[in-house]
Design a protein around this ligand. Sequence first.
Ligand code: ATR
Length: 284
Amino acid sequence: MNSHTVLYGVIGDPIRHSRSPVMLGRAFRESGVNGAYGAFHVAPERLGDAIRGIRALGFRGLNVTIPHKVEVMAYLDEIDESAGAIGAVNTIVNEDGRLIGYNTDGIGYVRSLKEEAEPDLTGKRVLVLGAGGAARGIVWALQREHTAEIWLANRTEQRAVGLAAALPSDGRLKVLPWHLLAEACGEADIVINTTSVGMAPHTEAMPADPAWLRPGAVASDLIYNPLKTAFLGAAEQRGCRIHGGLGMFVYQGAYAFEYWTGLPAPARAMREEVLASFAGTAAV
Ligand code: ATR
């Protein structure tokens, strides 16, 4: 660091578990960018102060994580279309004092899906399990692809109906009753788990019966702790192509890096760094 170092960081509560500093730190080193990225523990009542601090200190960029993704929007000067539609911000870019909020979670997920499992989403039927905050960004980003249909299924159907109503209706997005899950899994080209089912410590739980999946289809899980969920393990046994949740984390950070620096993100090195940070931790 020197007096030209450009500052970045992530705010959240809690924050000490975050892998963003090691991942973005590696991205800066790898790309020869003179940047530094810290993790800042910001309690909800200090959020406004934190954003004023970012402005005062001239941070170039900030990532925002739980529980601030929605509330932070009130402190920004501009909300990009992605964040507006999703209703949450995970990346802020400081353009000469104007703070602009973006959401890179959904597009990060789709880029990872295309790079790691299914390069061409054209004409694909996609089944999304879950209708929480994570599902919203993903469905929004999937709507930007040439998918044939997007089916949304949630244990609490009303929540899926609410999510579909909040997103642009283009005829391809359909809410599917939970009891039709088996049939839909068999017809889908890509099945995406956005629920928390299977996340540590309840790693044996599965969001859907893997026997319902069509061999050759893609099974995708947003969870990255564990890196390969029970659902993905069983789907692989069944002959599905599998796609884990680490890629979404890497590519949401890759987009943030690209928005801040204008440089292509060194995604492979970023992934490597996150994986190395997991080594030796009992949870993964
Ligand atoms: P996030 O913002 O991470 O998506 P969330 O908003 O709490 O988290 O959403 C969690 C999702 O997991 C929801 O779709 C939830 O379904 P409900 O809306 O019916 O609660 C889903 N989920 C959690 N536990 C589940 C379970 N045991 N079976 C099926 N779905 C479950």
